[in-house]
Design a protein around this ligand. Sequence first.
Ligand code: NAI
Ligand code: MG
Length: 332
Amino acid sequence: MTTVTLIPGDGIGPEITEAVKAIFAAAQVPITWEEENAGQTTFDSIGELIPQSLITSLERNRIALKGPITTPVGKGFKSINVQLRQKFDLYSNVRPAKTTAGVKTRFDNVDLVLFRENTEGLYSGLETYDERLGISDSIARVTVEGCHKIVRAAFQYAAKHNRPRVTVAHKANILKSAGRLILEAAANVSKEFPQVQWDEKIIDNMCMQLVSKPEQFEVIVTTNLFGDILSDLCAGLVGGLGVVSGANIGDDMAIFEAVHGSAPDIAGQGLANPTALLRSALMMLEHMGLHENARQIESALEKTLLNKEQCTRDLGGTASTSEFAQHIISNL
Ligand code: NAI
Ligand code: MG
């Protein structure tokens, strides 16, 4: 039994983590959950946004499954998600986007994986505001080391999964140095992976290509802000935020989480689709080497997705979050 830290999160977080726990228990996945929360809920109860007990749990287990956490817009605390990624140097944000039978989309053969740099760029937190002049400066700090690390993660993935090509998305025509760093990193790192080809696209063209011919892409790597936007765009290509998974991976720790937020508009009503968190949990099982468990649950999920009636409202069904989970369990 491996212990995994479980962060239920806010909004729909507790509902979808319950669903995942029930499915994992039914499938007899050999892990034990250690539950620790963060965010507004823990702040209200114990006065800490990221409790020390959560940090200790993460440092001990080195692996976690996380529900969405609400971030106040504008004034208020800095995103817990961003803080955890930076504190533990979880520099790769990995977002697969693959078409699933039964989930209605415009395309039927998308199968790509996006690698977003997760700690630098416009999310470095280097932001100032001069009230008197009315000027805000945001520094998008990008480092040679950071670019090499994320690019290497993308090439390693491509090599391991027999994906022929990595595409670098950038804006080197305007961002002369930041854009150049990621392109130079790709040129350098590609020498270690002669079996993987690579090419590059300017980010605006990349968006156009993705929404018109997404099947041409295999693995995409990019800096933080571009990756944040592209990853949601890619989610839209394959059925939306309710069905795509995500992971934050560093050299010695990984936090798996759904791509979507806490969905306050539907929280507590049993309307949330647990697929995204479940798929993130399956990525976690793959990461832990529990391939057989992951495959078994994935096929039960795929079977359930084919029967619209058994799915949640966002997928065109009428099932509640827990009913959907029960259907997956029946299909195990
Ligand atoms: P959101 O992803 O929470 O919701 C966007 C829309 O998608 C809403 O209509 C929502 O009902 C729907 N939706 C999202 N997840 C769903 C699911 N599993 N099943 C069915 N429908 C689903 O994005 P929004 O509204 O921009 O953000 C809400 C809060 O979440 C904010 O405080 C934001 O900062 C936070 N957030 C947290 C993230 C994280 O913890 N990783 C990621 C994104 C946002
Ligand atoms: Mg995002």
